[in-house]
Design a protein around this ligand. Structure first.
Ligand code: HSE
Length: 298
């Protein structure tokens, strides 16, 4: 039997929380169709929506490689699988495109095998996929893609992931400037050392954002979403970044920043209509969307 799994796009970092905060959105997302074959090993029979950019070789594709790691961990490398991958968002857009596919693939195999353990157990395999995609196994895309909503990576070693609440009336507009920013490169240009006074500013903001999520305080969320460590460097790769911010804020955005490693940018708003107006005004491509969809089998 086939199984078809959708996993959502995600916004990593959420401006101030580099590598530790992320949330899922209701659309877009990627789809994986998986079926058991009689023959041991994994094949990829079809990839759509990637303009031919992703490897069909199962040893090089993040989805099959993560699934293989999972199978190895449960001692089931005897299994035969075929994977179809349907990309519904641009690659290298800063929306967690590789994460969505990887997570959908892992969820598909877990479901096919009737593995009823907690989904969070798939995270280390999904992180392997991220490591392969960009050289670093961060979890701030894969964790929200897998668990839905807002997620905090409290610690990487040991892995400690915490689901966070978010205000009902918080919306997100995403704008995709059509340039390519590979995460691998966007990670290489950031500073390795920071000053204590900058660290103080940054952790004050992260704590403020998380408090705002718990307190349903959208003003606090907005004024906490500032990043003095990463954004000043990465914004240089995004055409008109500061102009877009000014426009979005003028139109009533609560906050504005880079989604993951960019080039996509996002704005929080207090209503869906403002989110739509901002995406339309700032650009085309994607529409205003809601926070917090979950992974699902369709
Ligand atoms: N936290 C990661 C980064 C997310 O900013 O490099 C990449 O999508």
């Amino acid at each position: 039997a086939d199984i078809q799994v959708f996993a959502p796009a995600t916004v990593a970092n959420v401006v101030c929380g580099f590598d530790v905060l992320g949330f899922a959105v209701n659309e877009p997302g990627d789809e994986v169709v998986m079926r058991m074959t009689g023959k041991p090993g994994i094949t990829i029979s079809k990839i759509t929506g990637d303009n031919g950019r992703l490897p069909m070789d199962p040893a090089k594709n993040t989805v099959s490689v993560s699934v293989q790691h999972y199978l190895k961990s449960i001692g089931r490398t005897d299994i035969g699988l075929d994977i179809e991958l349907h990309k519904k968002m641009p690659i290298g857009s800063g929306l967690g495109s590789s994460s969505a596919s990887t997570v959908a693939g892992l969820y598909a195999i877990k479901t096919l095998l009737g593995d009823e353990s907690d989904v969070a157990g798939l995270l280390p395999f999904a992180m392997k996929g991220e490591e392969m995609a960009c050289g670093h196994g961060h979890a701030d895309n894969v964790a929200p893609a897998l668990m839905g909503g807002f997620v905090l990576i409290r610690s990487y070693e040991p892995l400690d992931v915490v689901r966070l609440p978010h205000p009902e009336g918080l919306y997100c507009a995403i704008i995709f400037p059509d340039v390519d920013v590979p995460t691998r490169e966007a990670r290489q240009i950031i500073r390795k050392n920071i000053q204590m006074k900058d660290a103080v500013t940054q952790w004050g903001n992260i704590a403020g954002l998380v408090s705002g999520l718990f307190l349903n305080d959208i003003d606090l969320i907005g004024r906490s979403m500032k990043d003095i460590l990463v954004e000043p460097v990465r914004s240089m790769l995004i055409p008109d970044f500061y102009k877009m911010r000014e426009m979005a804020m003028e139109m009533g955005a609560v906050s504005f920043g880079i989604s993951g490693s960019g080039p996509s940018v996002f704005a929080f708003t207090r209503d869906e209509d403002t989110a739509h107006r901002i995406t339309q005004k700032l650009q085309q491509h994607l529409t205003g969307i809601k926070i917090g969809s979950n992974i699902y089998v369709s």
